[in-house]
Design a protein around this ligand. Structure first.
Ligand SMILES: Cc1cc2nc3c(=O)[nH]c(=O)nc-3n(C[C@H](O)[C@H](O)[C@H](O)COP(=O)(O)OP(=O)(O)OC[C@H]3O[C@@H](n4cnc5c(N)ncnc54)[C@H](O)[C@@H]3O)c2cc1C
Length: 630
């Protein structure tokens, strides 16, 4: 078969899923001539699972992607069907946005964004081979035998690489939603020296709206007012749909347990490891045997479709068994299944083979992002795609790499967890994964990241001046509440008594009232005459900063300590086997991960604080030795 020279690019992105889109847009927006390849042009930005963006901790990631100049937040706002702030009843650290989106409109939005982007070519082509050329560039061969020569490559192949579908006894090679898989690139990567492993994930059935009896189901409405993901969305979003809640029951459970032997998962046909935090229904019934029922949400997939998504009901049991157990569920007694539930197994890599820039160690100019790196979720994928795209562009332009640490963002936490601790199952972001969650809130993502996005060149001047104006308003309002003294009055006493907090007899600073857990801006409105007209987001920022001042200061000092350890860099060429005093397990783990700093070394599982002390002493001796040599 004769290949032909198909042309040159600075950067090639393999995959136009959630990771590939952010990577390609970032690289092109930073001035690199970029190509993004996809197996099927009509599945750009496809959501093969839940028709929603965001959720607990995932909402934080979307806000951070937007604050840095990524696209997902704007796309989600443009395609929102319903918006809800989750965990409102809890502290601000776990408030998380989630939007039901129109799945087809989202794909069309992202496809058009890629098509319109300067410096970027969206191409339908399956990459079957990747190799290094003599002059150090990368050569990508397509199934149509075109060879592209590029300076850097980002692999974001998602669940397509070696994709295999499982529905009961039925199993065949495929990507999601009936799209063919990437059947060849996996072998080429392994030949290049990049080992892969098998992970799996699953999705529930889609059923026809008119076949569902909603009459006795609980309705779940969107928030009023809504909160957008993007700082670029200045108009309030409209809730256009509702979702419905139902429950499984004893019959559902019995059908599944009676047929569990026909599950490819429990029958041992699926070798791939699945996500613990997105379990299939059969998994939930087996693992939580004492639970009488499991909740499901019936969610619209779009405005121009009758497909309804059964959130929480993913399965890989035979289709006939799926029909039986779905029909036991209230509202679904006569459900018509439009797409059956299925599991998909695919190739991915061990992310510990990467640097925090998402470049492969030992493979200059080769990057990975998304599901390919061992994560799960649109938001996790998009976050990695953005960072990989930025770094590939900086690499090609000979500039300093861009690394986000754990104290800057959930994106930094996600990537550090992947490249330092690895992932034994598809990695899903959760707020509990961050030790700094009070300062990494979804509401202050712009404060933490927009200046960086602006320095990189991904945030427009107009957006940046709006950001600076907001920061100016926050500082001004903070000063006002610090300086404002509220005189004792009947109105104030009435508020304090009604909120069961101690009354005052002398003037009190507004900030001290705001600090009280029983009080907030809303409650204090009647006595806060001098309050200026400011955006709700400004009051939210000030209220959180005032109420959590002590905790935030404590976390900021922990951040300082962490950064001190991050700045203690470790030489790249250490053979940890030669360091006396290090335990065997630590020697092996350190040689495998090759951490960049003492900070990163301290987060590797199996490296104890005692090992870190040994390393610190070793570093001091090394510096001392070098000082003597000089
Ligand atoms: C069945 C199923 C169930 C899921 N369930 C969940 C869940 O419950 N929870 C959750 O968080 N996430 C779930 N996901 C995962 C979620 O879909 C992914 O996390 C997300 O889509 C990953 O984004 P990505 O950009 O890494 O890859 P994808 O969105 O999969 O995109 C991959 C892209 O790469 C392209 N591509 C692949 N190989 C090649 C090649 N060789 N040449 C050219 N183009 C190529 C494809 O065409 C596609 O454009 C599920 C996914 C599937 C398929």
């Amino acid at each position: 078969m004769t290949t032909y020279n198909a042309g040159k690019y600075d950067i090639a992105v393999i995959g136009a899923g959630h990771a590939g889109i952010e990577a390609a847009l970032a690289a092109a927006r930073l001035g690199c001539k970029t190509a993004v390849f996809t197996i099927n042009m009509d599945a750009v930005g496809n959501c093969p699972c839940n028709p929603s963006i965001g959720g607990t901790a995932k909402g934080h990631l979307v806000r951070e992607i937007d604050a840095l100049g990524g696209e997902m937040g704007r796309a989600a706002d443009a395609c929102t069907l319903q918006s809800r702030m989750l965990n409102r009843g809890k502290g601000p650290a776990v408030h998380s946005l989630r939007a039901q989106i129109d799945r087809r409109r989202y794909s069309a939005y992202m496809k058009h964004k890629l098509e319109l982007q300067e410096n970027l070519d969206l191409r339908q082509a399956e990459i079957t081979d990747i190799e290094r050329s003599e002059n150090g560039t990368w050569l990508l061969t397509t199934r149509m035998l075109g060879v592209f020569e590029v300076k850097a490559v980002i692999i974001a192949t998602g669940t397509y690489l070696g994709g295999r579908i499982f529905v009961g006894e039925a199993s065949y090679e495929s990507g999601p939603d009936g799209i063919f898989p990437a059947a060849f690139l996996g072998d080429s990567l392994r030949k290049l020296g990049i080992p892969t492993r098998r992970f799996k994930t699953g999705t529930p059935a889609r059923v026809k709206r008119s076949s569902i009896d909603f009459s006795e189901l609980e309705v779940q409405e969107g928030d009023e007012p809504t909160t957008p993901f993007s700082y670029d969305t200045l108009e309030p979003l409209e809730n256009k749909v509702v979702c419905h809640v139902s429950w499984t029951n004893e019959n559902t459970k019995n059908i599944i347990l009676d047929n569990i032997h026909r599950s490819p998962l429990y029958g041992g046909k699926i070798e791939g490891v699945g996500p613990r935090y997105c379990p299939s229904l059969e998994d939930k019934i087996v693992r939580f045997a004492d639970k009488k029922r499991h909740q499901l949400f019936i969610e619209p997939c779009g405005e121009d479709t009758e497909e309804m998504y059964l959130q929480g009901m993913s399965s890989s049991l035979p289709e006939e068994v799926q029909l039986q157990f779905y029909h036991t569920i209230k509202g679904l007694e006569n459900a018509v299944v439009m797409r059956p539930a299925y599991a998909i197994e695919y190739d991915c890599i061990d992310p510990r083979s990467m640097l925090p820039t998402l470049e492969f160690k030992g493979f200059e100019g080769l990057y990975g992002a998304g599901q390919f790196n061992g994560s799960s979720g649109y938001e996790e994928a998009a976050a990695q795609g953005l960072v990989a795209g930025i770094n590939a562009a900086l690499k090609v332009q000979g500039k300093e790499p861009f690394v986000l640490d754990r104290a800057s963002s959930y994106i930094g936490t996600l990537i550090d967890d992947l490249v330092t601790k690895g992932a034994n199952e598809p990695y899903r972001m959760m707020t509990s994964r961050s030790e700094y969650r009070l300062i990494l809130r979804q509401d202050n993502a712009d404060e933490r990241l927009t200046p960086m996005g602006h320095r990189l060149g991904l945030i427009s001047e107009d957006r940046y001046s709006r950001y600076l104006e907001k920061q100016r308003m926050i500082a001004q309002e903070r000063e006002r509440v610090e300086k404002t003294v509220i005189a004792p009055s009947d109105a104030l006493s009435a508020i304090l008594v009604s909120r069961e907090t101690s009354d005052v007899t002398t003037g009190v600073h507004l900030i001290d009232l705001l600090k009280r857990p029983e009080l907030n801006y809303e409650v204090l409105t009647p006595i806060d005459q001098g309050r200026p007209e400011l955006p709700a987001a400004v009051f939210e920022q000030v209220e959180i900063a005032v109420k959590y001042d002590g905790y935030i200061k404590k976390q900021l000092s922990a951040v300082e300590n962490m950064r001190k350890l991050e700045n203690k860099l470790l030489p790249h060429d250490i053979d940890y086997k030669n360091i006396v005093g290090l335990r065997l397990e630590a020697q092996e783990k350190l040689n495998a991960v090759r951490p960049l700093s003492i900070g990163q070394a301290s987060r590797i599982s199996g490296v104890s604080p005692a090992d870190i002390n040994v390393l610190m002493i070793y570093l001091m001796k090394l510096r001392h030795g070098r000082a003597q040599d000089e």
